[in-house]
Ligand binder design. Structure first.
Ligand code: ADP
Ligand code: DP6
Length: 329
């Protein structure tokens, strides 16, 4: 028996990944930039064993159906082939984040799976190699190998597409991300399907791609200068452009709900009233608000009249992936 355990934290993209150049290898159309967060994470234990004849996948203590297990098995095949191992595995994973609700469970989930499976088979991987492996499970997972800010360099091959850490002199610790969870049910259109439909059919997709490099440059400059306003502005603009592409897809779709609109309008209103904050959204209706830590209490106070306490989750910058020992798990 060979076991490995890992804990990986979710990340939220400030400059979004939206679309693949290569679906099998998960090579993206554009670079993306994210902040890893402390509030949401996944813990996964993988045990390869001679005693079982098929892979078993437990998520939050529930044995998963064949479709969910197949996704995990396909990923384990990559690890097995790297380690020249043919054993089946039991995967036990716990999401401390709602699954498939636009709160980035795929990022923490697949990063933790990559970390645990490679540790179990004693693969000694550099952060770049682990990032490449996690990417094969879910694109955004390649950024969750790092704490703080990370950039996924799109590259053009399996070898060249991975994330790296962005030096920031601790700027990430000046920030808070406040989640407004308007709905934590599983979404109808996964990120994977949503981005593919958009690449294939959206009249706005090329427009999205055209502004990526200037948005990335703005975000990196803002991080280097610790310029919250510039980072917030480009974060909000990137999210709006990404969501704009879905409206021009065939068939059109949106991840926004009336409650998402309410939260976004409130953020604009708070800003106009002198509280600097900016929103972002992913493939789901929940809204994430970027605010300076010094203004976090004021934001929470302003939100409390509009949403109930269970809908609000506060996150700060989170750590890199952790490979756990038996005792820590
Ligand atoms: P989200 O917004 O939560 O990232 P996605 O639709 O992008 O939603 O991804 C959800 C998918 O990620 C799940 O259907 C599952 O395939 C995968 N996933 C989530 N958590 C885990 C986990 N802990 N272990 C393995 N796979 C996971
Ligand atoms: C909107 O990484 O979940 O959150 O690579 O198909 O697994 P797959 O997609 P996934 O997509 C994330 C999309 C996003 C933006 C982002 O995280 O950059």
């Amino acid at each position: 028996m060979f076991s490995g355990k890992a804990r990986a934290y979710t990340n939220i993209a400030l400059i979004k990944y939206w679309g693949k150049e290569n679906q099998d290898l998960i090579i993206p159309m554009n670079n993306s930039l994210s902040l890893t967060l402390d509030a949401f994470y996944t813990e996964t234990c993988v045990t390869f064993s001679e005693d079982i004849t098929e892979d078993l996948f437990y998520l939050d203590h529930q044995l998963q159906d064949s479709k969910a297990t197949l996704k995990v098995s396909r990923f384990l095949d990559l690890v097995r082939s790297k380690a020249d191992c043919s054993l089946h595995a039991v995967v036990k994973s716990q999401n401390f984040v709602p699954t498939a609700a636009g709160l980035a469970s795929s990022a923490s989930g697949l990063a933790a799976l990559a970390g645990a499976a490679s540790a179990a088979l004693n693969l000694t991987l550099s952060p770049e190699e682990l990032s490449r492996l996690a990417r094969r499970g879910s694109g955004s997972a390649c950024r969750s190998i790092y704490g703080g800010f990370a950039e996924w360099q799109k590259g053009d091959s399996d070898e060249t597409s991975y994330a790296t850490s962005i030096p920031s002199d601790g700027f990430e610790n000046d920030l808070s991300m406040v989640f407004v969870v308007v709905n934590d049910a599983q979404k109808d259109i996964s990120s994977r399907d949503g981005m593919q439909r958009t690449v294939e059919t959206s009249a706005f997709y090329n427009g999205w791609l055209q502004t990526i490099s200037q948005d990335l440059a703005k975000a990196k400059k803002a991080i280097a200068n610790k310029d919250f306003t510039a980072l917030g502005e480009v974060t909000e603009a990137s999210a709006l452009k990404m969501h704009g592409t879905t409206l021009a897809a065939t068939p059109p779709f949106t991840y926004w709900s009336a409650e998402s609109m309410k939260a976004m309008n409130l953020v604009r209103h708070f800003r106009e009233s002198g509280l600097p904050c900016y929103f972002t959204m992913d493939a789901g209706p929940n809204v994430k608000i970027l605010v300076e830590r010094k203004n976090e209490a004021a934001l929470l106070n302003a939100l409390k009249d509009q949403f109930n306490a269970q809908q609000i989750v506060v996150a700060h910058a989170g750590p890199k992936i952790e490979i756990l020992t038996e005792e820590e798990a």
